[in-house]
Ligand binder design. Structure first.
Ligand code: ADP
Ligand code: MG
Length: 255
């Protein structure tokens, strides 16, 4: 199946993300063993599960930072696993925030948020700066525009990374343990920004160990173990009343 990205969506209509039969191996190691799920527009889906269960690999397959071994990935109806797709164009619609913030240390906060807008989206400097300030305001850091990353706390750096992703007008935001590298007292500010983003209607796929956040903010929680989805449902079910023993065992360890 090959289709032009914007003219002939080939996924099931209406899903923000659709994953079908996704497998991923690294050599002999099969990390994802057949993943199927969807995210609807405006939904927040939290992915939880033990270390090594394949959560990061799944997220990286959603924007094709990893090439799936088998299966299909659709974002906004565009098949990213189609060999003919313009992957750079498709990826532009997907923001990603990592555990490590990956800001450019030698650039100011403002420049960190404008550089991809100018180079990738071809926005002019003034427009890029206006949009950067708007998004720095969203994360509460407009007053730090002229600081360098090293002058900010980890939580502030992560909020800049979120502003940088938002400035690209993503249709979908992927978060891979965005608060795991932070000192405990800095976690709350980042989660507050993410909660606000969810309230604004952003579609979000979030790998997290923050069960409180998952409980309060997620529309759905997906529990992964050993490269499969063991349980997928509303947080009241998956966290509050898990049906599978593997989910209960995991939650006993983290709660
Ligand atoms: P999680 O995010 O749930 O901790 P990961 O997706 O990072 O899990 O990793 C799942 C498994 O895949 C681990 O055993 C990890 O060592 C392995 N893995 C991840 N990336 C690679 C890679 N690039 N090459 C080889 N093995 C990898
Ligand atoms: Mg991971």
């Amino acid at each position: 199946m090959s289709a032009a990205p914007s003219t002939a969506p080939s996924g099931t209509a209406g899903h923000a993300v659709e994953i079908r039969g996704l497998h991923k191996s690294f050599g002999d190691l099969e990390v994802l063993k057949g993943i199927d799920f969807t995210v609807e527009p405006g939904q927040v889906v939290c992915v939880i599960g033990p270390s090594g269960s394949g959560k990061s690999t799944l997220l990286r397959c959603v924007n094709l930072l990893e090439q799936p071994t088998a299966g299909q990935v659709f974002v906004d109806g565009v098949e990213l696993t189609d060999p003919d797709v313009d992957i750079d164009a498709a990826r532009r619609r997907i923001g990603m925030v990592f555990q490590q913030f990956n800001l450019f240390p030698h650039l100011t906060v403002l420049r960190n948020v404008t550089i991809a807008q100018q180079r990738v989206l071809r926005r002019g400097k003034r427009e890029a700066e206006r949009i950067a300030i708007e998004n720095l305001e969203r994360v509460g850091l407009a007053d730090r525009a002229n600081s360098y990353p090293s002058q900010l706390s980890g939580g502030q750096q992560q909020r800049v990374a979120i502003a940088r992703a938002l400035a690209m007008d993503p249709a979908l935001m992927l978060f891979d343990e965005p608060t795991s590298a932070l000192d405990p007292e800095l976690v709350g500010d980042v989660l507050t920004v993410m909660r606000k983003l969810a309230e604004d209607g952003m579609t979000m796929l979030v790998v997290t160990h923050e069960m409180g956040f998952a409980r309060e903010v997620a529309d759905r929680v997906v529990f992964m173990d050993g490269g499969v989805i063991v349980e997928d449902g509303p947080p009241e079910q998956v966290i509050g009343a898990p049906r599978q023993e593997r989910t209960r065992t995991f939650l006993r360890r983290v709660l």
